[in-house]
Design a protein around this ligand. Structure first.
Ligand code: ADP
Length: 301
């Protein structure tokens, strides 16, 4: 398997301009898995779902997409994650997340190092860590297992839900970044977490924590990619964006798929910027995520 995505899948209720809520699959773990799969990577999800209709629906989605579910467990005592998004004039804003989901109850003892060892990359997103203390510990256990097995660790800061006080979020996310080979922060999060505003200084900060590759996403400005040897701004693609809810997740999935396919980080970011741009043209997380053919056709336009 190329990429194992660990975190919390969430049923998403996404507000439309007319005030209705569009229901769909969301949560950055599932979103990233779908994006990577549609870009051709072999992908698995490591998580717990409730034994409920939302959990059934995620299992169907992943089967339909060709995503491996061998590391997914169902917990009859807990619900599948769920959240609501409303859109303010400046884009999207989180409104409500239901706590105590099955994924938030994952403990370190639930992490099987043999499952992790089968992956090329373990991808984790900060959102998972903010859900509960036990799932936070489980994230670190998974990252330790990955490092011990020589599996690369990829980490996205994703702070969107802001469930923790900043000092705690900062400490935990910096500790996670110290274990990451591939750092995928978004600029807004990174500014809050590092107290820096210059993208180059932020990239230096994450390189300093130990990442070999940093891809700092800058929204409609594209991405700053930095390695120890080289750095470049990789331009975004101008599109009529209507909903950037899962743009960062789409970027992550597409970027990791490209790295696994042997592309260098700068070429991978160009492809991932295109995939993410396409994903902003429709509402919801999964529905507008493009497949590889669509991204390549767009790049050749
Ligand atoms: P996050 O959601 O994690 O904050 P960003 O907003 O930085 O992530 O977006 C991730 C990527 O999505 C960007 O690097 C860019 O490639 C693409 N993207 C986001 N918004 C737009 C937009 N309005 N137009 C074109 N591309 C966009």
């Amino acid at each position: 398997m190329d990429i194992l995505c660990f975190g919390e899948p969430m049923l998403e209720f996404n507000e439309q301009p007319d005030g209705r809520f569009l229901a769909g699959h969301g949560g950055d773990t599932s979103n990233c898995a779908v994006a990577a799969r549609r870009s051709g990577a072999r992908v698995g999800v490591l998580t717990h779902l409730g034994a409920d209709a939302a959990g059934d629906s995620f299992m169907r989605l992943w089967k339909d997409e060709g995503i491996e579910t061998g590391a997914v467990r169902r917990n009859a005592e807990a619900h599948t994650g769920v959240y609501f998004i409303t859109h303010g004039p400046d884009g999207h804003s989180f409104s409500y997340l239901r706590k105590d989901s099955a994924a938030s109850r994952i403990r370190p003892a639930d992490i099987d190092p043999q499952v992790i060892a089968q992956a090329g990359v373990l991808h984790v997103s900060g959102i998972t860590q903010a859900i509960s203390d036990s799932s936070c510990d489980a994230v670190f256990a998974a990252m330790e297992a990955a490092r011990e097995a020589g599996v690369q660790v990829s980490f996205d800061t994703n702070l969107r839900l802001k469930l923790w006080p900043l000092a705690r979020a900062r400490a935990v996310i910096h500790a996670a970044m110290e274990m990451a080979d591939i750092a995928l922060p978004g600029l807004e999060d990174a500014e809050v977490l590092t107290g820096l505003s210059d993208p180059d200084a932020i990239a230096d900060f994450y390189l300093g924590l130990g990442a070999g590759v940093v891809a700092l996403t800058l929204g409609a400005e594209g991405t700053l990619v930095a390695t120890g040897e080289r750095r470049d701004r990789v331009a975004a693609f101008p599109v009529e964006a209507v909903d950037a809810t899962a743009a960062g997740d789409t970027f992550d999935g597409a970027f990791l798929a490209e790295l696994r396919a042997g592309r260098d980080p700068f070429a991978a970011a160009r492809y991932a910027n295109a995939a993410a741009a396409l994903s902003t043209r429709g509402y919801g997380a999964v529905a507008p995520m493009p497949k590889r053919e669509a991204v390549e056709a767009f790049l050749n336009e």
